[in-house]
Ligand binder design. Structure first.
Ligand code: PAF
Length: 287
């Protein structure tokens, strides 16, 4: 397995694969790899000849420096996980290589970034699409895999790839969950034991929403059903729960009588200073 640390090295490696007639599948990550990331790498391996995993904690996409500073960075364990997973190359650039003095260009996402995570975390998606555009420029993949846990991120990157004619196939991979239903996330590592145990209210709230949707409840009732599960947990602080159109990401309210979907519901919940997000499809009859 190759480990590459600068955009030039990465591009040169990628060029050699292409010259040899091989395709490249790419999994961008911020490290602290878990089985969810490895499922993305396995998906990339099914769709391409050589898998590249990037590991870079991107300062541009963090709203708070404390969150950036405390983000887990177990780089040696991550590299070893990639080796065992059969990854061909790890791209782990330094911040100085990604954002050298004089760096000034940003990619600005459109309307899809104005709601949900974008509304709560100003500038977050600008940081995400800027770094992903740079990673794409260095890795030059044929296909890139993103987890559906960050459903809005996936939609925004798919839109960017289309809008900027990048010619990269953007694939969404289903959410990978722990046995108790909690969506896998590097942030779960920052929960203490009690918080981790109670964090199952997050997927349980989505289950409550699904049950309400299946009995034909209105959007406001579905959201209320989900919220009440989170709000019954004293360690949890509810941030938002929204039903949205999976294509446009626009919120669906009780007035949207003709919404035909596909629809999803997304939520963000805090445990202490750890923010968890989750979402699922809503197969509604009543919305
Ligand atoms: O989903 C993530 O881990 C990050 O947002 C990404 C796509 C690697 C960009 O830094």
């Amino acid at each position: 397995m190759h480990t590459l640390t600068t955009p030039d090295e990465m591009r040169a490696w990628s060029g050699r694969q292409r010259d040899a007639g091989l395709t490249i599948g790419f999994v961008p990550t911020m490290g602290a790899l878990h089985t969810g990331h490895l499922a993305l790498a396995a998906d990339a391996a099914r769709r391409s000849d050589r898998v590249v995993v990037s590991i870079f904690v991107n300062p541009l996409q963090f709203n708070e420096s404390a969150d950036f500073d405390s983000y887990p960075r177990p780089i040696d364990a991550d590299v070893e996980s990639c080796r065992q997973a059969g990854v061909a190359a790890v791209y782990a650039p330094t911040a100085a290589a990604m954002y050298p003095p004089g760096f000034q260009t940003r990619v600005v996402p459109g309307l899809l970034a104005d709601v949900m995570e974008g509304a709560m975390r100003p500038g977050h998606f600008e940081g995400v699409v800027t770094v992903v555009a740079k990673l794409f420029g260095a890795v030059r993949p044929d296909v890139a895999i993103f987890g559906q846990k960050d459903f809005q991120q996936l939609a925004i990157i798919r839109q960017m790839a289309a809008d900027l004619d990048l010619g990269i196939d953007i694939v969404g991979h289903p959410i990978v969950r722990d046995a108790d239903g909690l969506a896998q996330s590097s942030r779960n590592l920052r929960l203490n034991e009690t918080q981790r145990a109670r964090a199952i209210v997050v997927p349980h709230s989505l289950d409550a929403a699904t049950t309400a949707a299946n009995r034909g409840a209105a959007p406001s009732e579905i959201v209320a059903a989900a919220r009440s599960v989170v709000e019954a947990e004293p360690l949890a602080r509810h941030e938002y729960t929204t039903i949205f159109d999976a294509q446009t990401l626009q919120e669906i309210t009780d007035d949207d009588e003709h919404a035909v979907g596909p629809l999803r519901i997304a939520t963000a919940v805090w445990f202490g200073d750890v923010r968890l997000i989750d979402n699922c499809e809503l197969r509604t009859h009543g919305v």
